[in-house]
Design a protein around this ligand. Structure first.
Ligand SMILES: Nc1ncnc2c1ncn2[C@@H]1O[C@H](COP(=O)(O)OP(=O)(O)O)[C@@H](O)[C@H]1O
Ligand SMILES: [Mg+2]
Length: 245
């Protein structure tokens, strides 16, 4: 469903060229949850943003459902890709329902359809619409805001979901709960998900396969069990040793 071919991004900096993402190749199957795991600065966000073309690759290719995304209209491309950004990014002056309805509105959905869709998604994410649809973001807890961010990304039912450290800002108890809910939802919806995390326990719990990044390079791409039992090198072994499982 998602295929990266030698994907590379370099930036010019005062210290010279920085290679944020270095010849990354991987494939995410339809309905699979893949976690990009690695420390801060290893190129995870840049990789996600090259998939929906918020960042233009320096070289290499991205295919979505077999289509080279370079040829696609970026606006149309992004409609097929839900994106949950690192800082949630809800619009503070819009209600929860209006936030969820942003993309449907751009697509010209009438008010009643937008409202119904928002209510359906809020219910799916365990936020009773009667209680939450008309609230503003500053009236939500961190976990509730995060769920609204996920609902917004799902609004027009895109087949692909990109999520950038969606649960990182939550306390451990809330994080467990929302991870469990998200897994239940994914069993129902079967989206193709690329999920960024720097937390090995979260990766092991959520991923069908884990793509481990180190300094812009993909150092291992394997199922969690395989990664834990057969780490590819010292860096992965170090990460694996840090997990509680
Ligand atoms: N717009 C940019 N200009 C220059 N350097 C950037 C830019 N975006 C990211 N980088 C650099 O690229 C590297 C990878 O960043 P990023 O993809 O955000 O990492 P991660 O999400 O894994 O923390 C970092 O060294 C970062 O400083
Ligand atoms: Mg990041």
């Amino acid at each position: 469903m998602i295929r990266l071919e030698s994907l590379t991004k370099t930036y010019a900096s005062p210290q010279g060229m920085v290679t944020a993402v270095d010849r990354v190749s991987l494939e995410v199957r339809e309905g699979e949850t893949c976690v990009l795991l690695g420390p801060s600065g290893c190129g995870k966000t840049t990789t996600l943003r090259m998939i929906n073309r918020l960042v233009a690759p320096t070289s290499g290719k991205v295919f979505l459902a077999g289509r080279d995304t370079e040829a696609a209209d970026p606006v149309e491309l992004r409609r097929g890709i839900g994106y949950v950004i690192q800082q949630i990014g809800l619009f503070p002056n819009m209600t929860v329902a209006e936030n969820i309805g942003v993309v449907p509105r751009l697509l010209g959905w009438p008010e009643t359809r937008r409202r119904e869709r928002a209510e359906e998604l809020l219910t799916l994410l365990a936020l009773p619409p009667a209680q939450f649809a008309s609230r503003y973001p500053n009236e939500l807890s961190g976990g509730q805001a995060q769920r609204v961010g996920v609902a917004r990304a799902l609004a027009v039912d895109p087949p692909v979901l990109l999520m950038d450290e969606p649960f990182a800002a939550l306390d451990p108890v809330n994080r467990e709960t929302i991870q469990d809910e998200f897994q239940r939802m994914q069993r129902k919806l079967r989206k193709t998900i690329l999920f960024v995390s720097h937390d090995i326990d979260e990766a092991v719990k959520m991923a069908d396969r884990i793509a481990i990044f180190h300094s812009g390079r993909l150092v291992q791409f394997a199922a969690p069990d395989e990664m834990l039992t057969h780490p590819a090198g010292a860096f992965v072994a170090g990460l694996s040793a840090a997990t509680a499982r």
